[in-house]
Design a protein around this ligand. Structure first.
Ligand code: SF4
Ligand code: SF4
Ligand code: SF4
Length: 287
């Protein structure tokens, strides 16, 4: 089990050191929320603010989300757990951040809990990685042992459905969407400004929470996340009406892995699946 207090101490020390030395001007970490169960993303910008950093089992938000909020060239440090580090890798691959501008503070994390329910994070709903895939400093002992289960096991219930049943399932789920956009806001890969759905000239989709509008928003977003989603589960955790968005993202991720042999964000030296081409690539998706 992760020693949360030790991670918090190490995070504060590293943040202070990096800000004091001028190596970075921002450290993206977690700070106090309304109570212990709701820590929030926090940007420390002065050495003394490092003492406000917290870390506990409820620190689930993916802080890679905030790397693209700062002007290009800003020197930043970011605290990342397993799936979060995959998001940093995708941002590096997509040229949204430069490796020399960021310091990655890796957190080996097990035993995280849901802010909404207080229960253990269901490993089957995330990528299940305990250790970051990329870091400059690891703030604790690497967690040994293989992931408990396949990240795609949970979608067997979709596999068991016929096409019509799947369509009915998603129709019912997406009809509940209230278009708060928390899913987009929480997602490190949704950094477009403006997002397609906010554009008015041309207007790509209906912004009101009608079923057709919801379908347009979600299917387009699912498509935009193909080969890029790192399975952190943040979109689903952020959804106030509990729509299981990550089932769709996992489905797409499995397709991508099977067709192109690539899992998003695992290897910074790889080109992202959707911008790379190999002659042996599968073309079954064209059929
Ligand atoms: S789509 Fe959801 S699971 Fe995938 S990277 Fe974005 S927030 Fe994480
Ligand atoms: S939904 Fe698509 S356009 Fe909108 S922010 Fe996400 S990736 Fe960008
Ligand atoms: S967070 Fe949930 S309710 Fe809000 S836009 Fe996304 S799917 Fe819809």
């Amino acid at each position: 089990m992760t020693d949360m207090k030790e991670i918090e101490k190490r995070l504060r020390e590293e943040a202070k050191k990096l800000l004091e030395s001028g190596r970075v001007s921002v450290v993206l970490a977690y700070g106090k929320g309304c109570d212990e169960r709701h820590p929030m993303p926090f940007a420390a910008m002065k050495p003394e603010e490092a003492d406000e950093i917290v870390f506990n089992e409820y620190c689930t938000p993916n802080l890679a989300r905030y790397l693209t909020k700062y002007p290009a060239g800003t020197k930043m440090a970011v605290a990342v757990k397993g799936c979060d580090s995959r998001a940093v890798v995708v941002l590096l691959q997509e040229g949204k951040v430069n490796r020399e501008d960021i310091v990655i503070l890796g957190i080996p994390a097990a035993g995280m809990k849901e802010q909404k329910t207080g229960k253990d994070v269901d490993a089957s709903l995330t990528c299940g990685l305990a250790n970051p895939v990329l870091y400059d400093v690891l703030l604790g002992q690497e967690i040994k042992g293989a992931a408990a289960e396949s990240p795609y096991g949970i979608i067997s219930k979709l596999d068991a459905m016929s096409g019509d049943e799947r369509w009915e399932f998603w129709k019912k789920e997406l009809a509940r969407c209230i278009r708060c956009y928390a899913c987009r806001k929480a997602c490190p890969m949704c950094y477009c400004d403006p997002c397609f759905i906010d554009q008015t000239k041309p207007q790509w989709g209906d912004k009101t929470p009608t079923f057709d509008g919801n379908l347009m928003y979600h299917l387009t977003r699912f498509y935009h996340l193909a080969g890029r989603c790192v399975d952190c589960g943040e979109c689903t955790r952020a959804c106030p009406v509990d729509i299981p968005l990550n089932l769709f993202h996992k489905y797409m991720a499995r397709e991508c892995e099977e067709m192109f042999g690539q899992k998003a964000g695992m290897d910074p030296s790889q080109k992202p699946a959707m911008v790379d081409f190999k002659v042996e690539d599968s073309d079954t998706w064209l059929e």
